[in-house]
Design a protein around this ligand. Structure first.
Ligand code: NDP
Length: 483
């Protein structure tokens, strides 16, 4: 048997003589510093981790493909959507948001739903969640919001006071809080949840005409959720329950799939729609903008190596392809900076050259050098522009479609303060059983809050969404709805 085994080497390729005993002076030691194999092993081990993602640290990923089922070329020139039947390889990373890398999968938390399409015109990252909205609508509030979701600086414990203090003082969070506290706040598996692009994006067709667009991935496994007590039991018994489920399903050939649909809004409607369509705390009613099917996503291959593929996968909402642009959504605008910046910090300046992140289409640019170049780095080809060396040149047809901006530069809030109608619409859409569990979950989550002032402020928000909603939460907490 042993003669078939490959030869153990150092990372420089030299055969290793002994991998079980370090070199010592005499049989007792001390250890000699000349045992460079030992030094190399220990030093590399110390460097096995890259910084954990501040958010979305715990994740699971899978490879798959996207197949176009409907022709939407009237709306976008995106090449991967160009014809029915066209397939594009992709990689998906699902994640929880607040917990650390080793935290439990079955917690009540939004799930990240990040898709990297390796299109024939470069990578397209759709970096969304399993919810159509978000807690805040301006990225300037994001670090504060996440501080409340993380650990207290002194106790290192989760802090319900901070969570509800922030939410009650940021009523734009109400819609997302209602979704999070509802049955869908804990998906049964990563396969049994929808995904959303959440933000508004712009699609541009070959004639340069644009529309606003929102993405919905509809699970073909059906929506299934975990009851709070079952989720807590699973969190204790198997913190990796969702990770394991996804891996095993794919390993067994039970490939999960999602239908991708979009809502399309004419550009001019954005000026008159009853909500600001760029406000990510709001949905566009599907009665106004019905879902249109685009294609189907199937996950059919597990990563061969977790660290290389899932941990080092870097997604950014700014990774776009011709035919897809951004919108003025202030949360999206902030993410355009924050994601790339996070990856340059935690994975490195050349994170885009790693196999999991590298486009599968041709890449030609004038960026050179930096830490950890593992490609040919452009060799001796043209390394500046303009040049007369025959280097790559721009494609004017893919210049950003022009758009108008108006108004004065200022720190301006969204100009509407209706944080309540859509949260109320959701409450009213729920069955009596779902409402009961929603209220129970909120009451359970708010009970540990020490200050009644915070609880009362939040009850006021629930009441404004729907009086019954507010009264039931108040009763559950043994309080009355404030004036
Ligand atoms: P519609 O009746 O046209 O759509 C209702 C939406 O709610 C569907 O997407 C449906 O998705 C989803 N839904 C159904 N049951 C639940 C549930 N128990 N928990 C969460 N979502 C559920 O109404 P509108 O489009 O006018 O939206 C009404 C409310 O529905 C909104 O205020 C919002 O809270 C919620 N919603 C809206 C979405 C949108 O994009 N418009 C998306 C998701 C939620 P499905 O049947 O696939 O489960």
């Amino acid at each position: 048997m042993s003669e078939n085994k490959s030869k153990l080497t150092t990372s420089w390729g030299a055969p290793v003589g002994d991998n079980q005993n370090s070199i010592t002076a005499g049989s007792r030691g001390p250890i000699l510093i000349q045992d460079v194999h030992l030094l190399e092993k220990l030093a590399h081990f110390n460097r096995e981790r890259v910084p954990e993602r501040v958010v979305h640290a715990k994740g699971a990923g899978a490879h798959g493909y996207f197949e176009v089922t409907q022709d939407l070329t009237a709306y976008t020139k995106a090449s991967f959507l160009a014809e029915v039947g066209k397939r594009t390889p992709l990689f998906v990373r699902f994640s929880t948001v607040a917990g650390e890398n080793g935290s439990s999968d079955t917690v009540r938390d939004p799930r990240g739903f990040a898709v990297k399409f390796y299109t024939d015109e470069g990578n397209y990252d759709l970096v969304g969640n399993n919810t159509p909205v978000f807690f805040i609508r301006d990225a300037i509030k994001f670090p504060d919001f996440i501080h409340t979701q993380k650990r207290h600086p002194q106790t290192h414990l989760k802090n319900p006071n901070a969570v509800w203090d922030f939410w009650s003082l940021s009523p734009e969070s109400l819609h997302q809080v209602t979704i999070l506290m509802s049955d869908r706040g804990i998906p049964a598996t990563l396969r049994h949840m929808h995904g959303f692009g959440s933000h508004t994006f712009k699609w541009v067709n070959a004639e340069g005409q644009g529309v606003w667009v929102k993405y919905h991935f509809k699970t073909e496994q059906g929506v299934q959720n975990l009851a709070t007590d079952v989720a807590a039991q699973l969190a204790a018994e198997n913190p990796d329950y969702h990770t394991e489920d996804l891996f095993h399903a794919i390993e067994q050939g039970d490939f999960p799939s999602w239908k991708l649909c979009v809502q399309i809004m004419p550009l001019e409607d954005a000026n008159t729609y009853r909500f600001d369509p760029f406000d990510v705390t709001k949905v566009w009613s599907q009665k106004d903008y019905p879902l249109i099917e685009v294609g189907r996503m199937v996950l059919d291959r597990n990563p061969a190596n977790y660290f290389a593929e899932v941990e080092q996968a870097t997604f950014s909402p700014g990774t776009l392809v011709p035919g897809i642009d951004v919108s003025p959504d202030k949360m999206l605008q902030g993410r355009l900076f924050a994601y790339g910046d996070a990856h340059r910090y935690r994975v490195g300046a050349n994170h885009h050259t790693l196999p999991i992140n590298r486009p599968q289409s041709e890449v030609n640019h004038y960026q050179r050098d930096g830490q950890m170049i593992s490609t040919e780095n452009g060799g001796g080809s043209a390394y500046y522009e303009p040049n007369s060396l025959g280097g790559p040149t721009e494609t004017s047809a893919h210049k950003q479609a022009p758009f108008e901006v108006t108004g004065e530069a200022n720190s301006t809030a969204y100009d509407h303060h209706d944080h309540y109608t859509q949260a109320g619409d959701l409450y009213r859409l729920l069955s009596e059983g779902e409402r009961e569990r929603l209220v129970q979950t909120i009451v359970g989550a708010m009970k540990p809050v020490e200050q009644d002032e915070i609880k009362l402020r939040q009850i006021g928000h629930f009441y404004k969404a729907d009086p019954e909603y507010g009264v039931r939460v108040a009763e559950g907490l043994g309080l009355s709805v404030p004036e």
